[in-house]
Design a protein around this ligand. Structure first.
Ligand SMILES: Nc1ncnc2c1ncn2[C@@H]1O[C@H](COP(=O)(O)OP(=O)(O)OP(=O)(O)O)[C@@H](O)[C@H]1O
Ligand SMILES: [Mg+2]
Length: 384
């Protein structure tokens, strides 16, 4: 989105050139109010009829308070004095007010710069990735979905070698932000205004940079916000994010909500978790039967056994009898896992040689990572 600070009569001529969603503000005070209510906004265009001194005072303050927000200034006449003062105040570009092509270019450059400041990658218009969507699900709570999703995403990002987006679909109780020590300033709830027209720039404005190569779409934090997110927004985001990232990993709540089904529909890979106890195994069996009933393909499925070494009186034969499909990873139990969560650093980054980290890295290597050529061939996802 863009905020255009210009009285209504002139704003009408400029808005079409800015493309996408433009919110008009008649004054700088109104612009401040709009910015305060929208933590994901990244661009303000200040029109030629706004007083220069006021515009520069506004920009200097904004540069400190919200460094990711760019200001593009329009002026009737471009002279050296205006350009020098604007530069000193932190204006990103000054454009002649009748040069609409230059305005479009300046806005695009400013958005790119904002994306770099927030650390979230913004693809170039000519660049489209064939990202793979991986949904991690378990119908019983506490099986380790978030632990696996966060660590899998960190392994896949490989310190920035690949680009990964972790999506927290546990909309009511999501804790991806806590696990990565990421502040939830931008969350999926800020995408509500984009419903029906989510694009890469919009999706990117919702993300939080967490580690090199790893961004996250965080869950809402305010009570009641989870209920405002329609499943359609999840489908739209999961249609756009794979064009921006190599991998999109989705953490889920432990219920077959319509949001989870939207994620399953958009996924190339379903990772189904269980622990070696009867309730979790029973729920996994129900999940597998449900996925069969919904006609999802078997070959996009991986079953992962978390806390696989827990001595709880069940043999591997007992477990295999219930699961009736190949278990692709055994992740051992360790108190270092909750310790890493409390530190806000995924165990695969904190202790890469730890047996838990090695089990997750092996699973990623053998069952999740795909060659770019295969990713392109698999670009058509599974739809029921
Ligand atoms: N392999 C493991 N060894 C030890 N503790 C683990 C392991 N996996 C997960 N845990 C711990 O179990 C608890 C639940 O894990 P996690 O939050 O990942 O589960 P979840 O399935 O996402 O839960 P919820 O359904 O509440 O979202 C956490 O405290 C986590 O640290
Ligand atoms: Mg969880």
């Amino acid at each position: 989105m863009t905020i255009l600070c210009e009285p209504a009569a002139r704003a009408g001529q400029l808005s079409p050139a800015l493309g996408g969603d433009v919110r008009a503000a008649g004054t700088l005070a109104e612009t401040r109010r709009l910015l305060a209510s929208d933590p994901v906004e990244s661009l303000v265009v200040v029109g030629a009829s706004i007083d220069l001194d006021e515009a520069l005072t506004f920009t200097s303050a904004l540069r400190l308070q919200r460094p990711a927000v760019g200001v593009v200034l329009l002026r009737d006449v471009l002279d050296v004095v205006v350009l020098t003062r604007a530069l000193r105040a932190g204006v990103r570009e000054v454009v002649a007010q009748d040069d609409l092509a230059a305005l479009v270019d300046a806005c695009a450059r400013s958005r790119q710069l904002s994306a770099q400041v927030t650390g979230v990658p913004q693809p170039r218009p000519d660049e489209r990735r064939n990202g793979q969507v991986i949904t991690v699900f378990a119908a019983k709570g506490g099986c380790g979905k978030t632990t696996l999703a966060v660590n899998l995403a960190a392994v896949l990002a490989a310190g920035g070698e690949r680009s990964v987006c972790l999506v927290d679909l546990d909309l009511s109780f999501g804790d991806v932000g806590i696990c990565l020590r990421a502040e939830p300033i931008r969350t999926i709830v800020h995408g509500l205004g984009m419903l029906g027209h989510v694009d890469a720039a919009g999706a990117s404005s919702l993300l939080t940079a967490c580690r090199p190569g790893l961004s996250a779409l965080l869950a809402p934090v305010e009570p009641g916000d989870a209920e405002r997110i329609p499943a359609g927004l999840v489908s739209e985001l999961l249609a756009v994010l794979p064009s921006m990232f190599d991998y999109v990993v989705v953490d889920t709540p432990s219920a077959f909500s319509e949001h989870v089904l939207a994620a399953m529909d958009s996924s190339h890979h379903h990772v189904l978790l269980t622990t070696p106890d009867v309730p979790a195994l029973k729920n996994l069996r129900v999940t597998l039967d449900m996925l069969d009933l919904l006609s999802y393909a078997h070959d996009i499925r991986s079953v992962v056994l978390n806390r696989s070494d827990a001595k709880v009186g069940l043999s591997m034969d007992d477990i295999d009898r219930v699961v009736r499909s190949d278990i692709r990873a055994h992740v051992p139990s360790s108190r270092d896992v909750p310790i890493s969560v409390n530190k806000g650093n995924p165990i695969v980054l904190d202790l890469p040689k730890h047996p838990v980290s090695e089990a997750i890295a092996r699973f990623a290597r053998e069952h999740v990572l795909v060659e770019p050529a295969v990713a392109a061939a698999k670009s058509k996802r599974w739809f029921r």
